[in-house]
Design a protein around this ligand. Structure first.
Ligand code: BJW
Ligand code: ZN
Length: 251
C-alpha cells in the first residue's frame, strides 16, 4: 500500500459521515485537458490561459476568446473521464455522503458517474449572453481551430459568452453557498489537482479544517500543498493515487 496512506488517514476517511472532494484542473489532466498553469500548445501557445479567462480579454478581442473556448469545448467533448474521476464516483457509492465540488468547467465527473457535482466556476457547455445573461443553445462544434466570432443573443443581439466564471466575477451564488456549507459540515476533505491559487475556491479546505475536518491533498507537485496546519499530502497523479486510496479505505 502507498506509505502515505497512514492508518490514521485511512481510519478518518472510513468513519467520515461526509466527505468533500474538491477538484481542480489536475483531475482532468490525465484525460488530456491541459491545466491552467501548463503552457498551451498549437495555435494558442502564445497566450497565457489565465489572461484569456477574463471579461476584459473577451471585450478586447471576443473572437480570440470565443475561439479559445470553442477549441476547449471540442477538446472536452473528445476526452473521456480518467481513473481519478471514476474513483471519485466509486467513493460516492461507498462512503456515507460525498459532495463533489469542482473548479473544472468540463463534465467529466458526471460522465464518470458522479452525481450532484457542484460547479463553482460554471460550465463550458452553458453559454449565455454577455449583456442580458439569457442562456444560449450550444452550437455544433466548429470544424477548425482558431479565432471565431461569438454568436449573437436571440433576445438582445448582444455577444454570447462562455458560461464560465472569469477572474473578477462572482461565483454562482447557489453553487457557492452549497460548497461552503459542505466545507463547514464535512469531516474530511480530499483536494485533487489544484494549485490552490484561485479564491474563494481555494479557501474551502481551510474552512473545513477550521471546522475540524481532516484534509488530504492529491497533487503531482509538493509545492501545491496548502500550508495550513496538519494535512496529509498524497503525492502522485490523481488517476493512480485516488483508485488506490479508495481501495485502501473501502476494501
Ligand atoms: C495534477 C495532475 C495530476 C497536474 N494529478 N495533480 C488576491 C487575493 C485573493 C483573491 C484575489 C486576489 N486578487 C484577485 C483575487 C480574486 C481572484 C483570485 O483568486 N485571483 C488569484 C489569481 C489571486 N478570484 C476571482 O476573481 C473569483 N471571483 C471573485 O473573487 O469574485 C469576487 C466578487 C464578488 C462580488 C462581485 C464581483 C466579484 C473568480 C475566480 C474565477 C476563476 N476562473 C478560472 C477560469 C474558469 C473558466 C475556464 O475554465 O476557462 O477558473 S481561472 C482558472 O483557475 C480556472 C480554474 O478553475 C482555476 C483554478 O485552477 P486549478 O484548477 O487550480 O488549476 P491549475 O492549473 O492552477 O493547477 C493544476 C494543479 O494540478 C497543479 O497544482 C498541478 O501540480 C496539479 N496536477 N496534473 C494530480 N495528473
Ligand atoms: Zn442578450
Amino acid at each position: 500500500m502507498n506509505p502515505e496512506f497512514t492508518p490514521d488517514l485511512i481510519e478518518r476517511l472510513r468513519v467520515a459521515q461526509h466527505i468533500l472532494v474538491l477538484t481542480g484542473a489536475g483531475a482532468s489532466a490525465e484525460s488530456g485537458i491541459p491545466t491552467f498553469r501548463d503552457a498551451l500548445t498549437g495555435l494558442w501557445e502564445r497566450f497565457d490561459p489565465t489572461q484569456l479567462a477574463t471579461s476584459e480579454a473577451f471585450e478586447a478581442d471576443p473572437e480570440l476568446v470565443w475561439g479559445w473556448y470553442e477549441w476547449r469545448r471540442a477538446l472536452v467533448a473528445g476526452c473521456e473521464p480518467n481513473d481519478g474521476h471514476r474513483a471519485i464516483a466509486r467513493m460516492q457509492s461507498l462512503a456515507k455522503k460525498v459532495t463533489v465540488v469542482t473548479q473544472n468547467v468540463d463534465d467529466l465527473h458526471e460522465r464518470a458517474g458522479s452525481s450532484g457535482v457542484i460547479h463553482v466556476h460554471g460550465s463550458i457547455n452553458a453559454p449565455r449572453c454577455f449583456d442580458c445573461d439569457v442562456p444560449h443553445e450550444v452550437s455544433a462544434l466548429a470544424e477548425s481551430e482558431g479565432r471565431l466570432p461569438p454568436p449573437r443573443c436571440s433576445e438582445c443581439g448582444g455577444m454570447v459568452r462562455p458560461g464560465v466564471v472569469w477572474f473578477g466575477e462572482p461565483l454562482p451564488q447557489e453553487e457557492w453557498l452549497r460548497a461552503e456549507s459542505a466545507a463547514r459540515s464535512c469531516d474530511a476533505v480530499v483536494v485533487v489537482g489544484t494549485s490552490s491559487l484561485v479564491y474563494p475556491a481555494a479557501d474551502l479546505p481551510r474552512l473545513a479544517q477550521t471546522a475540524g475536518a481532516v484534509v488530504a491533498e492529491v497533487n503531482l507537485d509538493p509545492d501545491a500543498l496548502g500550508n495550513a496546519g496538519d494535512r496529509y499530502f498524497l503525492r502522485g497523479a490523481a488517476g493512480e493515487v485516488l483508485p488506490a486510496l479508495v481501495d485502501a479505505v473501502w476494501p
